[in-house]
Design a protein around this ligand. Sequence first.
Ligand code: GAP
Length: 516
Amino acid sequence: MAQEDTFKKIVSHCKEYGFVFPSSDIYDGLAAVYDYGQNGVELKNNIKQYWWQSMVLLHSNIVGIDSSIFMHPTIWKASGHVDAFNDPLIDNRDSKKRYRADVLIEDQLGKYEEKMDKEIAKAAKKFGDSFDEAQFRATNPRVLEYQRKYDELHARFANAMETSNLEELKQIILDEGIVDPISGTKNWTDVRQFNLMFSTEMGASADSSSTIYLRPETAQGIFVNFLNVQKTGRMKLPFGIAQIGKAFRNEIVARQFVFRMREFEQMEMQFFCQPGTEMEWFNYWKQYRLAWHQALGMGNENYRYHDHEKLAHYANAATDIEFRMPFGFKEVEGIHSRTDFDLSQHEKYSGRQIKYFDPERNENYTPYVVETSIGVDRMFLSVMCHSYIEEQLENGSSRIVLSLPEPLAPVKCAVLPLVNKDGLPEKAQEIVDDLKFHFNTTIEAKDSIGKRYRRQDAIGTPFCVTVDGDTLTDNTVTLRYRDSMKQERVPIAKLREIIEDRVSITSLLKKLDVKE
Ligand code: GAP
């Protein structure tokens, strides 16, 4: 099945099973804005809980905050967002559609990658176990040619972005023969800049002094609270401040479902450290964050780092963690060494001294910052994409199973009375009433048992417990495992013990190696 078809199926699965709905659905939706349904919100909350605990619970030197979305407008001047938070836009005169010039070029890069992947997949199939991918990449003429084109385009693109050279971006689009996917033509306008921040007015007057912005990142709420937290929490360097919250960007290209939204959620942590130690911390956070992803068991080969060669003027290192989505490897998280840029800028614009007094060195200085920034929605999407499986079964039938990492599953255990009478629903309810204190447990009595299993598979419930006539006499139930569909008879009294460890966030946290 083409990757595009798989992705479409995942999007409709999300709607059909209460994970994600288009916002304002009965009014035909609002572009690039989505609502999370009854199962989506549970999965999203589990992701957030996993992140929060891995940061705040496991690191005694990291604390959390919850800052407001509206902030003083000068913050966005200081951070550079008013002047430089722009996307390069281009219009196609025939379709009248607007695109991000950088995204059109990124898609072109993706096409070269796809071509290489196809050649590799073909060769891997042909040569079987003896296939050596590294050698094939280094010697196959077609792969080498695609790689050369990729490298050339990548270098030219990075240079144009870094220098904000809009004419060059347009020239790349023309030289690469990129056509509008709708009109199929190359009738492009010039490229121009577009600021991504949403603005609104605060209070009754509507002059420009009352213009405020919806935050485009949560990080600035952390920087402007640095002194508050450091002083009230008596924090000593190195220490971190973590935050989860909504961010807003007027994205021009609203595509790929929850991958690029206009209202989305970030989980960000700013780690303040002594100047000169930032690379050590950058490497720690790079490794720790990748381990966080890998602990979910979604295949180490599906992640890769993308180190930034060209850095923003204030950064001295930056990397993305990318995940293999159905539409290619894409950024899910960024780790940035931001030097003392943000704190210094806020010191300059606010007129307040934002320094740390180091008692050991007996001096004041501006701390350096390493940031980890991950989008909750992108994380959600990577989990959904990886977990969605259409399985052909041995008996000739098929099923759709969401093979979610068990601790992230919205519902951990579904209790199913075999028939909806003879005291079975009451017995099932008794089991739910016991287990619900420990993990998310639900009861489902409607439809045949087979249909109920399929429904639970489709929402990713790792355990189903079937209550039948024997249960009433011997207090045993049938426990069914989602992925293997294996069934075994177990005493009710053992259910908690079997399930709890596997579905707890703690089981993930224990896989992480923490340095403080
Ligand atoms: N404070 C740094 C910062 O905001 P970013 O790379 O612009 O860096 C960080 O964003 C993360 O936020 C991204 O890696 C991505 O996961 C998520 N993100 C950014 N824009 C998004 C959007 N329009 N929709 C969904 N997630 C987005």
